[in-house]
Design a binder for this molecule. Structure first.
Ligand code: DAT
Length: 151
């Protein structure tokens, strides 16, 4: 297992619904470490880059409108297998098909308003972190390892 980084974002609807704290809390309680976070009101250019592989989908224009409708809370998290555990924690793309216990399963009902984003793979995480953050915005720091952390 490696302490990899991932890119996570609370989407505009999640920010408007006051869910930034709830989403941070779920990842922190899992044991993951927040190393960068900021509000960004994303430009359509940034979103076209971020969602480049979806550009031919019928829902793409609506997705860009939604994602540029207000600020998102963009984050970098680190920890063992945080990419795959992060995806599992967020749940399925369609919140109504996402199990209870996942963020989307518990907090959303609409595929077009699914409140949060998480990188799909270690490779896309690196690309997305570079797209949304400068290197000096990402903090590197150690957490105290007192209560049974396994190295
Ligand atoms: P995910 O966000 O789970 O990684 P994705 O990358 O396939 O899913 O799609 C990106 C976003 O596009 C998704 O969060 C919501 C939107 N989307 C996907 N499929 C959709 C659909 N069938 N109708 C409307 N929006 C959709």
């Amino acid at each position: 297992p490696r302490a990899e980084p991932t890119f996570l974002a609370v989407k505009p609807d999640g920010v408007q619904r006051g869910l930034v704290g709830e989403i941070i809390s779920r990842f922190r309680k899992l044991g993951y470490q927040l190393v960068a976070g900021k509000f960004v009101w994303p430009s359509k250019d940034l979103l076209h880059d971020h969602y480049a592989e979806l550009s031919s989908k019928p829902f793409f224009p609506g997705l860009i409108e939604y994602m540029s409708s207000g600020p998102v809370f963009a984050m970098v998290w680190e920890g063992t297998d945080v990419v795959s555990v992060g995806r599992k924690t967020i749940g399925a793309t369609n919140p109504r098909k996402s199990p209870i216990g996942t963020i989307r399963g518990d907090l959303a009902i609409d595929v077009g308003r699914n409140i949060c984003y998480g990188s799909e793979s270690v490779g896309t995480a690196e690309r997305e972190i570079a797209l949304w953050f400068t290197t000096d915005e990402v903090a590197s720091y150690d957490l105290a390892r007192r209560i049974g952390f396994i190295k």
